[in-house]
Design a protein around this ligand. Sequence first.
Ligand code: SF4
Length: 79
Amino acid sequence: MRVRLRVDPIKCKAHGMCGELFPERIRMDDWGYPVVDQRALSDDVLEHARRAIVDCPRAALWVEPVDEPGARVRPDDSD
Ligand code: SF4
């Protein structure tokens, strides 16, 4: 299943942790909010994405199947 990373801008409180945990796909804007690369995640970055999702203190990150827009998959769901 190909997935991409998504962020809920309402839940996010700009802690900035995700950008440190997953710099390959998340950069922080001038206010400390994440700007997420919307491309599908390749296998070599999935573990970093998982770490960012699990460690987000606001549970504001998830992955979305590319072929199923709007669906939410948390790492524990796909184990
Ligand atoms: S770790 Fe979570 S709350 Fe913090 S900036 Fe990233 S998405 Fe937002």
